[in-house]
Write a protein that binds this ligand. Structure first.
Ligand SMILES: Cc1cc2nc3c(=O)[nH]c(=O)nc-3n(C[C@H](O)[C@H](O)[C@H](O)COP(=O)(O)OP(=O)(O)OC[C@H]3O[C@@H](n4cnc5c(N)ncnc54)[C@H](O)[C@@H]3O)c2cc1C
Length: 325
């Protein structure tokens, strides 16, 4: 890696000016993903821009309800109010990586981390996401960890972030800023499916930073759960996960949000599962129907049919936990 310069801006405006001027520059937050990619020759730059120390590490509770979490807040955040208001968020964060990595990793960096597809991470393999037009080695290779929803014939990778699945269920908004101004992007619209441009993973524009994540107040957020199925009980990415939030009044589900992880290039919202729950009592039958509905439309690859069954099971487990709570 030939790193030529490292900028430490004194404020967000200076950081944005540097990134606006030098389109090769890459922002760095906790560095837990980016440095590995630079080291392994997957990404390259001659200029890193440090986002630490810009005041983006604060949590603000909003007067009208909801909370704004700075992009540089660490994944190890231990905030009792946050945990009570949004249990699914706390559980998703705690399920990720290791304590050491969570101490460094940030909200913005977690959302923008690159796929863990082996073929993306090894430069000797063809990968349209890493080198547009080179092909997709995963389609003919080992597809056991790949997408069952929203894939294309150019890319079948999945998004690895646990946090983003919780953010999808909570209908979070990504706060972005560049020298051109500020934007608010709903999480569902923020992540892109691969289509014919798998190298463009999100709606974030060159020179633009995530400054924070906003979680709206809602009646379902406090009754929420994250269930992650993985190959080891810790220190492993999700094979399949589910973030579920429900509001139950008079024994009937009034609102439901269901998002899946490990199944698509973005956190995958299952409106079919939400519909199977809404207006019904949270019985075993309803829970089973929601699990089945969550797997509707899945298109497994050669080696990942097990993910269809896993989707049903993680959704059922999350809902059963909530029903018994
Ligand atoms: C061994 C290991 C196990 C892991 N297990 C899990 C797991 O189980 N679940 C999980 O979810 N994650 C897991 N991770 C991933 C880890 O959570 C991410 O590496 C981390 O969240 C990235 O955050 P960061 O601040 O270090 O980002 P960085 O590495 O600093 O940056 C990542 C990317 O985001 C960009 N970026 C960062 N912040 C901003 C911003 N504010 N605005 C614009 N661009 C920005 C950078 O330019 C870069 O492209 C694991 C990582 C490792 C190394």
């Amino acid at each position: 890696m030939d790193l030529l310069s490292f900028s430490r801006p004194r404020g967000i405006d200076e950081a944005l000016r540097i990134l606006g001027r030098d389109r090769q520059a890459i922002p760095v937050a906790g560095s837990t993903d980016l440095v590995t990619l630079l080291r392994d020759g997957i990404r390259a730059t001659s200029h890193l821009v440090d986002l630490n120390g810009l005041g983006l590490d604060e949590i603000h509770w909003l007067p009208g309800g909801g909370v704004r979490i700075g992009a540089l807040v660490r994944n190890a955040v231990a905030d009792t109010r946050l945990r009570r208001a949004y249990p699914v968020l706390a559980e998703a964060l705690r399920s990720g990586a290791s304590p050491q990595i969570r101490n460094r990793a940030t909200f913005g960096g977690n959302v923008l981390q690159q796929t863990r597809c082996t073929y993306y991470r090894l430069p000797e393999f063809a990968c349209n996401r890493r080198s547009p037009g080179s092909g997709c080695a995963a389609i003919q290779g080992d597809s056991s960890r790949h997408a069952i929803f929203g894939a294309s014939n150019q890319c079948v990778a999945v998004h690895p972030s646990d946090l983003s699945v919780a953010l999808q269920a909570l209908e979070a908004v990504v706060l972005a800023q560049s020298t051109a101004g500020r934007r608010r992007i709903p999480v569902d619209a923020f992540f892109r499916l691969p289509g014919t441009t798998p190298h463009v993973a999100s709606e974030l524009r060159p020179g633009e930073l995530i400054t924070g994540i906003e979680l709206p107040a809602s009646d379902h957020a406090a009754t929420s759960r994250y269930v992650k199925f993985r190959e080891r009980t810790s220190y492993a990415f999700a094979l399949v996960s589910a973030a579920v939030a429900i509001e139950v009044r008079d024994g009937v589900v009034r609102t439901a949000r269901v998002a899946l992880g490990g199944v698509a290039a973005k956190p995958w919202r299952s409106t079919a599962a939400e519909q199977a729950l809404t207006g019904n009592r949270l019985t075993e039958e309803t829970i089973t129907a929601a699990g089945e509905a969550a797997a509707d439309g899945a298109r497994p690859l050669r080696h990942n049919k097990h993910k269809v069954e896993l989707v049903k099971r993680v959704v059922r487990t999350a809902l059963t936990d909530l029903e018994q709570a």
